[in-house]
Unconditional design. Structure first.
Lengths: 114, 114
């Protein structure tokens, strides 16, 4: 069974710092990996999707990398801002035979302070 | 609408009551997913539809949970004889084509069973 782990569980950094969030998964037979942001009381917003054949994706201040063979992904946030405060979730898409589904980690709760 | 919508946003039910949660996916999206998110956890897959066909229901926790999407657009998740352990946020997501594409999430329905 695919298991996704995220560390740290919580992180507090001052504004302007660069930071890295980590995600690991136990089964490397994934189709792709997706990073989401979740604000309190709200749904998930997709940040980046990396296909299994790709090594990284970038969007603005965000960069996500994927090392499928070692079962790891990182989300790098440059020049953090208070508006980046949220829970960040990593999820992998696995094939179930009839369909594909996301398996999520438990998230990293990020707080960026002034 | 521009995004996935869900109703109601909040639902309080007495133990033993039946509840129905509605999801309106993005217009034209073929794939629709339901997830359950317990407090402090990542979402967990419940079921998947491709148009009106329910291709995967492996995540439904018991036969009290039932989902349908009769016309391939709006979906309803029904929980019969609710139990306290059913308390969670229920998230709906849709994707344009296959189940492997980027999933767009609704705001969720927060269910509290007393």
């Amino acid at each position: 069974k695919q298991e996704v782990t995220q560390i740290p569980a919580a992180l507090s950094v001052p504004e302007g710092e660069n930071l890295v969030l980590n995600c690991s998964f136990t089964d490397s037979a994934i189709y792709n990996l997706q990073w989401f942001r979740q604000d309190p009381g709200k749904g998930l917003t997709s940040l980046l999707l990396i296909q299994s054949s790709q090594r990284e994706q970038t969007s603005g201040r965000l960069n996500a990398s994927l090392d499928k063979s070692s079962g790891r992904s990182t989300l790098y946030i440059a020049a953090s801002q208070p508006g980046d405060s949220a829970t960040y979730l990593c999820a992998v898409i696995v094939n179930t035979g009839t369909a594909s589904k996301l398996t999520f980690g438990t998230g990293t709760r990020l707080q960026v302070t002034l | 609408g521009a995004g996935v919508s869900q109703s109601p946003r909040y639902k309080v039910a007495k133990r033993g009551q039946d509840v129905a949660l509605r999801c309106d996916p993005i217009s034209g999206h073929v794939s629709l997913f339901w997830y359950q998110q317990a407090l402090g956890q990542g979402p967990e897959f419940l079921t998947y539809f491709q148009n009106e066909a329910q291709l995967d229901k492996s995540g439904l926790p018991s036969d009290r949970f039932f989902a349908e999407r009769p016309e391939g657009s709006v979906s309803t998740l029904k929980i019969q004889r609710t139990q306290q352990e059913d308390s969670a946020v229920y998230l709906c997501a849709s994707s344009l084509a296959t189940s492997r594409g980027t999933q767009y999430f609704g705001p969720g329905t927060r269910l509290l069973v007393l």
